[in-house]
Structures are given as structure tokens and as C-alpha cells.
Ligand binder design. Structure first.
Ligand SMILES: [Zn+2]
Length: 346
């Protein structure tokens, strides 16, 4: 966060603007999006998008939520959006995507400490088969490669890889382009890039495998969290592929079979859905509704606005690791996303 934004949020907070906006929100509910919680702040390619926040930062977020909001499970918000009664004022929701093991080791103890419920969206192949997420395999390969540069033959782009900043830039650009590929092109593109990066350096997949940061939840950890009554498990599909890149039958299998597999794993119905990469269109949304989910989340990075049909496109917000109390307040009340839109940022 820049010094200017920090000062602006502090002024808004001191002047009572964030508190006023929170009171004026009415039925608008901040839905927070997390991925992982780590023992300490992690930098570099492995965490270049800050998907994993440090436990101390996460605890600061939870303390703020506990003091100002009533945190409810996403399924309760979904029931409200479906027309199931009223919500108390000042609700918020906490969600996690993907299904990382650190949700159990670092987030769950803090959720229990503060009595805060959360919804964890798991990728079925990740947590059941231990198949690591392709984005994490790529990040680990970029982090450990000794290749000085990589030439993408298909686009004719040369990516320099001499230092962490160059590796991060290459990783983000290549990841974004791979997300647009269909499943078969995607698999072969990932495979050949991994071979190129690993061929010239120590393989992140050899020996000790991927960094612990990228480990999946185990079945018993999922069941322990569910049994606590604080955590509900939602679906993040089977393979974490963008659903709009799949043909309709494949997308249907991802949406329907992940719901069945996760219900079998937890012994509970699966109410909530999170689109991998936030990737949805009307056909995909129709599948999600037909499969029986009560609501679905996108990324959005804005305060959700309930309305007709909105329960299958619930927007989420993200807190940053260095957010102070004023920045947290500004994010949750929607002030920050207004400012980012005005500045043309996400
Ligand atoms: Zn995801």
C-alpha cells in the first residue's frame, strides 16, 4: 500500500467516514477472500500475488472483524440471497480458495480462538489425490530454475530470468496467458514449460517435492475443521481450470462431480461454489445453479451488492498483509474499492 493511500484511509477512519459507510451499507456484506495463511510473511515468486498472508496479519484482520462485524458462514448469506429471511446488521463473511493445508495449520487455530466461521473452497483433485495446482508448480519451477532466460516459441517472447523480479514478471505474464488456453493445450503448455525450467536447474518436483506452502489439506484435517462447526467446505471444482475454457460437458462434470466428491468427503451437503480463476459466464452459472449450489463467489474485489440473480456472482474483497486498522476498515466498508476503481486499479 502506498503512503498516500495509507494517509487517506487513516484520515477517513479518524473522521468517522469508514464507520458512517459501514452503517449506511444496509444489506451489503463484505465477503473476504483468502487463499492461505503462513507462519510468517513470504516474498518472492512463491508468494508474488500475496495469496498467503502471515498468521500475525490474519489475526489482526480477525480481531478487527470480531470487534465490528458479525461473521456468518457464506451458506447463511447464500440462504439470505435466495430469499431466506433477514440478516442481522453488520455481517461479514470469510472465505478461503483452493484447499491449502495451511488453512488447517495456521488459519483454523485462529478461527477457533476468535470463534469466527469460514468457508473453505477445496479443489477436489488437489485435496483427494494430492495433485498440486499448476500455478504452484509453475511458481516453484520459476523460483528454483537456473535458466537465464526462456523463449516462448509460440509468441516469440523472450523472458529474462536473471533475478527474482524478472522471474516474477515472467511467471505472472505466462500464467495469465496459460489461463486462456483450453484443457489440452493448457496441459501440454504447462508440461513443456516445466520441463524447460527444470531441465536447467534443480527440479522442484524431485526429492522433497513442492514447498510446504503449496501442500493440500488432508481428508482428516478437512473433517476435523467441519466437525468444529466453524468451517464449511465449498467446491472449487475438480482440476482448477477456468470453466469458460471447457466444453459444456466437461464444465458440467467439474461442477457436478466436485459437489458429490466433496459431500462424500465431509458427510455434509455442499452449498457454496467458487469459480476457479473467478471465471464464469451465463452457461457456467446455469450449471452451478442446476447442480444445487445455493450461491457462488467470484473475485470482484468490491463489496457485494445483493440483487436479482446475484447469488451466483457474489463479489469478494481482499485484505493486504500490511493493512493497518484504517485500511482494513476502508476495505470492509467499500471505500477502498471505490478508490481503486477511481484510480483505474483493481
Ligand atoms: Zn483458486
Amino acid at each position: 500500500m502506498g503512503a498516500l493511500a495509507r494517509t487517506a484511509y487513516q484520515a477517513a477512519h479518524l473522521l468517522g467516514v469508514t464507520a458512517l459507510m459501514r452503517r449506511l451499507q444496509g444489506s451489503r456484506v463484505p465477503v473476504l477472500m483468502y487463499h492461505g495463511v503462513s507462519s510468517k510473511r513470504i516474498n518472492g515468486v512463491l508468494n508474488c500475488e500475496k495469496k498467503h498472508v502471515a498468521a500475525a496479519d490474519f489475526e489482526r484482520h480477525l480481531r478487527f472483524l470480531k470487534s465490528r462485524y458479525q461473521v456468518i458462514p457464506l451458506s447463511r448469506y447464500g440462504a439470505f440471497l435466495r430469499g431466506g429471511g433477514a440478516l442481522p446488521r453488520g455481517c461479514a463473511v470469510v472465505t478461503f480458495d483452493d484447499g491449502y493445508e495451511n488453512n488447517h495449520s495456521y488459519a483454523f487455530p485462529l478461527l477457533k480462538k476468535y470463534g469466527i466461521p469460514a468457508t473453505v473452497f477445496v479443489t477436489a483433485d488437489f485435496v483427494e489425490k494430492g495433485e498440486s495446482l499448476w500455478v504452484d508448480r509453475l511458481a516453484a519451477a520459476f523460483a528454483s530454475t537456473t535458466l537465464p532466460a526462456w523463449a516462448d516459441q509460440s509468441s516469440g517472447t523472450l523472458y529474462p530470468l536473471a533475478n527474482d523480479a524478472e522471474k516474477t514478471a515472467a511467471y505472472l505474464q505466462i500464467k495469465a496467458s496459460f489461463k486462456r488456453l483450453g484443457p489440452r493445450d493448457h496441459a501440454s503448455a504447462v508440461d513443456s514449460l516445466l520441463k524447460a525450467l527444470e531441465g536447467a536447474g534443480r527440479s522442484p518436483l524431485a526429492g522433497g517435492g513442492l514447498p510446504r506452502l503449496f501442500s493440500p489439506l488432508k481428508a482428516e484435517q478437512i473433517r476435523e475443521m467441519v466437525a468444529s462447526g466453524l468451517v464449511e467446505i465449498g467446491s472449487h471444482c475438480c482440476r482448477h481450470l477456468g470453466l469458460t475454457n471447457l466444453d459444456l460437458d466437461e464444465a458440467r462434470r467439474e461442477v457436478f462431480s466436485s459437489r458429490e466428491r466433496i459431500a462424500a468427503l465431509t458427510g455434509r451437503p455442499v452449498e457454496c461454489f467458487s469459480y476457479p480463476n473467478g471465471d464464469a459466464n451465463p452457461q457456467v452459472t446455469t450449471l452451478v445453479e442446476a447442480a444445487g449450489y445455493s450461491c457462488a463467489v467470484v473475485e470482484g474485489l468490491r463489496l457485494d451488492r445483493p440483487g436479482p440473480g446475484s447469488r451466483f456472482a457474489v463479489a469478494r474483497l481482499a485484505l493486504k498483509e500490511d493493512d493497518d486498522e484504517a485500511a482494513i476498515a476502508a476495505t470492509l466498508c467499500g471505500l477502498r474499492s471505490l478508490g481503486l476503481r477511481a484510480a483505474g486499479e483493481r
